[in-house]
Ligand binder design. Structure first.
Ligand SMILES: NC(=O)c1ccc[n+]([C@@H]2O[C@H](COP(=O)([O-])OP(=O)(O)OC[C@H]3O[C@@H](n4cnc5c(N)ncnc54)[C@H](OP(=O)(O)O)[C@@H]3O)[C@@H](O)[C@H]2O)c1
Length: 285
C-alpha cells in the first residue's frame, strides 16, 4: 500500500488545468480535486478557507490566473486582483495548512532586453500589466512560503482553451492570408508537457523548493510557430503567410523571453523535448 497524495488544482477548467485532467489517470497514487473558477474564486479568501476546512491537501497546483495580456492593460485592477491578491490568498492558506504550493508564472516577468536565455537568477522587470501582476504574485509566494515550487513557463498551447495554435488553425480555415510577427522570440510550450512535468515533480517527493523555469527547448518567433502550425495541418501551400515586425497590439511584450532550463534539468534530471518535436504530438484540434 502507498500513501495517497492529495492535490487541489485551481483554475481547473483553464488550459493547463485541462491538460492536468487529461494525464491524471497516469498518476494512480494521486487523489485530485479539480476546482474551477465557479467553485473556487481565489480572490475570495473565505472560499479557499471553506474548501480547506472540508478537505486536506498535500499540494495545491495554482492554475488560476487572469491571462488576457491585452485586456490586462485596460483592466489592471482585475489582473492584480487575480494574479497578485488571489495568489496571496492561496499562499496564506497554504502556509496556515502546511500545504506545498506549486504556482505557475510567466516569461513575461522579464523585459526582453537580454540576448540569451533568462535564468532563475535574472532580475524580473516586467513591461506590461499582466507581467507586473504576475510578478507581484511571485513576490507574495516567496515572502509567505518556504515550501513552494514557482514554475515560470512560456507561450503555452494545447488542444484546450484559447491559444495561438488554435487561433492560427481557426484563422487558416477562413482566411487566405495570415500576417504574423517576427519581433518576439520565445519558446512555444506544449501545456501537456508542463502538466506532466508538474505531476512528475510531485511524484519525486523532492524538497528542492524554489523558482524553476520550464518550457520546451529551442526558440522561435510567432511567425516560425505559425509556419509550423500550417505545415502540420497541411495548409502551408494554400495559405499566404507573411512576416511583419509591426503588428498592432496594445500591450508591450518582451522581444526575447526564452527561459533557461539548465537549473530545472540539473536538479530534476527530467528530459525536455524541443518545441517543434513536442508540437508534432498535438492533435490538430
Ligand atoms: N497561456 C500562456 O501562454 C501562458 C504563458 C506563460 C505562463 N502562463 C501561466 O500559466 C498558467 C496557466 O495558464 P493557462 O493558459 O492555463 O490559462 P487559462 O487557460 O486562461 O486558465 C486560467 C484559469 O484561471 C481561471 N480563473 C481566472 N480568474 C480566477 C479566479 N479569480 N479564481 C479562480 N480561477 C480563476 C479561469 O477561469 P475562467 O475562465 O472561468 O475565468 C481559467 O480557467 C497561468 O498562471 C498563466 O499565467 C500562461
Amino acid at each position: 500500500m502507498f500513501n495517497t497524495i492529495k492535490i487541489l488544482v485551481t483554475g481547473a477548467s483553464g488550459q493547463l488545468g485541462q491538460c492536468i485532467q487529461k494525464v491524471e489517470m497516469n498518476y494512480e497514487k494521486f487523489d485530485f480535486y479539480f476546482a474551477d473558477s465557479k467553485e473556487l474564486n481565489i480572490t475570495k479568501k473565505g472560499e479557499i478557507h471553506d474548501l480547506f476546512s472540508n478537505k486536506q491537501f498535500d499540494f495545491v497546483i495554482n492554475c488560476a490566473a487572469y491571462t488576457n495580456v491585452e485586456q490586462a492593460e485596460k483592466n489592471p485592477k482585475k489582473a492584480f486582483e487575480v494574479n497578485s491578491e488571489g495568489v496571496k490568498n492561496i499562499a496564506e492558506v497554504c502556509k496556515e495548512t502546511n500545504t506545498t504550493l506549486i504556482h505557475i508564472s510567466t516569461d513575461y516577468v522579464f523585459d526582453g532586453q537580454k540576448k540569451s536565455p533568462y535564468t532563475e537568477e535574472d532580475i524580473p522587470n516586467p513591461i506590461n500589466v499582466y507581467g507586473k501582476s504576475k510578478l507581484m504574485g511571485e513576490i507574495f509566494v516567496q515572502e509567505i512560503l518556504d515550501e513552494y515550487f514557482l514554475i515560470r513557463t512560456s507561450w503555452l498551447y494545447s488542444e484546450f482553451g484559447h491559444n495561438f495554435f488554435k487561433s492560427i488553425l481557426k484563422k487558416s480555415s477562413v482566411e487566405e492570408k495570415l500576417t504574423v510577427t517576427i519581433s518576439e522570440t520565445g519558446t512555444p510550450t506544449n501545456a501537456n508537457d508542463l502538466a506532466k512535468f508538474i505531476l512528475d515533480l510531485i511524484g519525486m517527493n523532492t524538497l528542492d523548493y524554489g523558482v524553476f523555469h520550464y518550457s520546451n527547448l529551442g526558440e522561435a518567433t510567432w511567425f516560425d510557430f505559425a509556419k509550423e502550425i500550417l505545415k502540420h495541418s497541411g495548409k502551408l501551400d494554400t495559405i499566404k503567410l507573411e512576416k511583419t515586425d509591426n503588428y498592432a497590439i496594445f500591450a508591450d511584450r518582451p522581444k526575447y523571453s526564452v527561459l533557461s532550463k539548465e537549473k530545472t534539468v540539473n536538479i530534476f534530471k527530467n528530459s525536455i523535448l524541443d518545441w517543434s518535436e513536442s508540437f508534432k504530438k498535438i492533435k490538430k484540434g
